[in-house]
Write a protein that binds this ligand. Structure first.
Ligand code: ACO
Length: 330
């Protein structure tokens, strides 16, 4: 079958109602608004309600993306969900979302876990499947309920993360030179010990003791992650630009993974691109992992920042370490 070009037909996002400020966190762990703001740029994050599952947030974001694309859930024949916090270990949360959203039963639905790079991985996967001609309309969702895997007693991590969802609808186009024009995915498995959850998987199932020790929560070597994040994001951005014979200055805007304002500022310096080309919302949501790029992309579009003909660079890194970049011409 012919290879077709793929375009984003619509985007949507959802953030839970509950806002958790730095000030509130400073009452539960030994931290301060000033420390969190100066080290990470985060002022507040959203926290899902106890009865609000990952699938519920995903459905909200997906409905907005479908509305934006002027399509119905029944038009979707491929659903890819990037998450590391599915509703249940099995079945895939994509199938739960399919049922809640009303995506047709014959659609292909699956989850993908590349941590914070998940949305870029899912976008590349869905676009390749659409480009093959075997699927027509894809819904790609990045969603996380990180509040369920954060150790709320560990000040070195709990101040950084939040919950949310973002979605994009993908279709084929016959117009050359627009849409997803390239991706670069990668991983370095020698860094798995930088960011991990030690228990609750097949190598170490949860026990009463592991739960009491909160070993089902995220652990992170923050300083090392910071250094690697800057290096791999810079590489992922440079490599994709080189591949497409583009100069950084030709990028209209960068939608980076929103982990830390200082990481984004470092990338801005390395690429010699001013900060006003970078979309930043880490101050309002913290790090929402796989949801971070699609939420930022949706907010940038809805704010009118993205115009026809613009070139957008997505760039991400996450546990694994995974990394990825994507170039989109609008
Ligand atoms: N409040 C107050 N003090 C704190 C806090 C806190 N919340 N957290 C740590 N500290 C203390 C530390 O204990 C340390 O104290 P010490 O010097 O007495 O030992 C001091 O602050 C400095 O800690 P550092 O780790 O050196 O702080 P740093 O400037 O590196 O900033 C941070 C820490 C914000 C975690 C940074 O390293 C970072 O952003 N790293 C990247 C994290 C990241 O991006 N993770 C997401 C990965 S993506 C994914 O897949 C989930």
């Amino acid at each position: 079958m012919p290879i077709r070009s793929t375009v984003i037909l619509g985007t949507g996002s959802y953030a839970p109602e509950r806002v958790l400020t730095n000030g509130e966190l400073s009452h539960t762990v030994d931290t301060s608004d000033e420390w969190i703001r100066t080290r990470s740029g985060i002022r507040e994050r959203r926290i899902a309600a106890p009865d609000e599952a990952t699938s519920d947030m995903a459905v909200q974001a997906a409905r907005r993306a479908l509305e934006d694309a002027r399509l119905a859930a029944a038009d979707i024949d491929l659903l890819v969900v990037a998450t590391m916090t599915p509703d249940l270990p099995m079945p895939a949360v994509a199938c739960i979302i399919q049922q809640k959203l009303g995506v047709r039963t014959a659609a292909a639905c699956f989850d993908l876990n590349a941590a914070c790079s998940g949305f870029v991985y899912a976008l590349d996967t869905a676009c390749a499947m659409i480009a093959s001609g075997r699927y027509q309309k894809a819904l790609v969702i990045g969603v996380e309920k990180l509040s369920t895997i954060v150790d709320w007693q560990d000040r070195t991590t709990c101040v950084l993360f939040g919950d949310g969802a973002g979605a994009a609808v993908i279709g084929a186009s016959s117009e050359p030179g627009i849409g997803l024009i390239g991706t670069r995915l990668g991983a370095s498995g020698d860094s798995v010990d930088l960011l991990y959850i030690s228990h609750g998987g097949s190598s170490a199932p949860s026990t009463a003791e592991s739960i009491a020790a909160r070993a089902h929560c995220m652990r992170m070597k923050g300083k090392e992650v910071f250094k690697q994040a800057v290096r791999v994001m810079d590489d992922a951005a440079r490599e994709i630009l080189e591949q497409h014979q583009l100069h950084a200055d030709q990028i209209s805007h960068v939608i980076p993974h929103q982990a830390n304002l200082r990481i984004i500022e470092a990338i801005s310096q390395y690429l010699e691109l001013p900060m006003d080309r970078f979309f930043v919302n880490v101050d309002r949501y913290g790090n929402t992992s796989a949801a971070s790029i699609p939420i930022a992309l949706d907010e940038a579009r809805r704010a009118g920042r993205i115009k026809p003909g613009d070139l957008t660079l997505l760039v991400a890194f996450g546990a694994g370490l995974t990394y990825g970049s994507a170039l989109i011409r609008w």
